[in-house]
Design a protein around this ligand. Structure first.
Ligand code: PLP
Length: 400
């Protein structure tokens, strides 16, 4: 019998929507011109590019000139951070959080190596930064703030609007503006992204997180922002991001954002119900588990759970053998697993952090998927725990 497969790793990536594939198809075969060419084929591609930019801009409540297509979310973050700082032409201070994706975190580490000062804001037990901490962190030489919209491991939503409004007041009293970038890779398609309402200057998204293709991202940059390119070549994307535009993927990104925005409420209702069912099922059937982060301050699709006395990696492998795809809560750096920097920042102890698993649901998941997980998970956990030296040690200690 074929193995049943349940995909619960939608924060890592999502299936490409069939309508998105349909949208992209003609640009591989019929409309294949280079958007920079002046002839008919080029003009056709340029029209598609313009339309995708217009559509993306409208969905983010920006204007077309403020949208720049990039190769992925990571590249959008890098252009935002290094592009802004290069334009300043002086070293200074940057504020970020301790729970950023590595696209931002490692960029900030690189800045430190190169003479910048970086403040990494703490988070509370739900993985949320404090606006007061942010205000206290601002210095005379602060140049940039980069704080993610929602975290990719626990889903915690950051108070971006509030930080932006405080920053506006701070900027009102300064000669040099402090720019505000947000990595919205985990919120695009899940929350309505209105760049004006958010009050940020830059915002990064990535299509493969909202049922679009991999390898295509976008960066919103508010008009008037002083930014320089970080790679050099052609004049594409208004001179900011050189390289022939990937028309099929760009069209796919715009279509995927359009589709996901159109069903955002339905998505959240559906995915939230599935997550709650999974959470309740786990809490009812399995002892010694902790939910990391609070669902009420997080995106609807992520459930991060610590299963005490086991290794997350072992659980991931056992679940994979049963056909269930999840991700460990711990971030693997250079192939070696250590406790997740996000869970550590939230105060989760290293042992609980080692046994953390991220379940991330998507639009295509069903109640049957959750039922299947709840059928196999308790058995897998009890079999792993029966082999766990930590658990056995604990039992021994308890007897003393
Ligand atoms: N930022 C966040 C919050 C993410 O979750 C991810 C992907 O996991 C990225 C950035 C990087 O996006 P991409 O895979 O498109 O480079």
């Amino acid at each position: 019998m074929e193995q049943r497969r349940v995909y619960l790793d939608n924060s890592a990536t999502t299936v490409v929507d069939s309508e998105v594939i349909k949208e992209m198809q003609p640009y591989f075969s019929d409309i294949y011109g280079n958007a920079s060419s002046f002839h008919y084929f080029g003009r056709q591609a340029k029209t598609a590019l313009d339309n995708a930019r217009k559509k993306t801009a409208k969905l983010l409540n920006s204007s077309s000139e403020e949208i720049f297509f990039t190769g992925c979310g990571t590249e959008s973050d890098n252009i935002a951070i290094f592009g802004i700082l290069n334009a300043y032409g002086e070293k200074g201070h940057v504020i970020t959080s301790r729970i950023e994706h590595h696209a931002v975190l490692y960029s900030c580490k690189h800045l430190e190596v190169n003479g910048y000062e970086v403040t990494y804001l703490d988070v509370d037990e739900d993985g949320v930064v404090s606006v007061e901490d942010f205000k206290k962190a601002v210095k005379d030489n602060t140049l940039l703030v980069t704080i993610m919209h929602a975290n990719n491991e626990v889903g915690s939503i950051q108070p971006i609007e509030k930080i932006a409004s405080e920053l506006k007041k701070i900027n009102g009293k300064r000669k040099k503006k402090i720019y505000f970038h947000t990595d919205a890779v985990q919120t695009a398609g899940k929350l309505y992204l209105d760049v004006k309402k958010l009050g940020i200057d830059l915002l990064a998204i990535s299509a493969h997180k909202f049922n679009g293709p991999k390898g295509i991202g976008a960066l919103y940059i508010k008009n008037g922002t002083n930014i320089l390119p970080i790679a050099f070549g052609g004049h594409h994307e208004n001179g900011l991001r050189p390289g022939t535009e990937n028309i099929p993927y760009i069209s796919g990104l715009a279509k995927a954002l359009e589709i996901s925005n159109a069903k955002i409420e339905e998505y959240n209702k559906r995915v939230f119900a599935l997550r709650e069912k999974l959470k309740e099922g786990i809490l009812n059937a399995i002892p010694d588990v902790t939910i990391n982060g609070s669902g009420s301050r997080a995106v609807s699709n992520i459930l991060n759970v610590s299963f005490n006395y086991i290794e997350g990696e072992a659980l991931l492998l056992m679940l994979d053998m049963k056909g269930v795809a999840v991700s460990t809560g711990s971030a693997c750096a250079a192939g070696s697993s250590g406790p997740s920097h996000v869970l550590s920042a939230m105060g989760v102890n290293p042992v609980a952090s080692q046994g953390a698993i991220r379940f991330s649901l998507g639009y295509h998941n069903t109640e049957e998927d959750v039922d299947y997980v709840l059928e196999v998970l308790p058995k897998v956990i009890s079999s792993l725990r029966s082999m766990s030296p930590v658990r056995n040690q604990k039992t021994f200690e308890n007897k003393e």
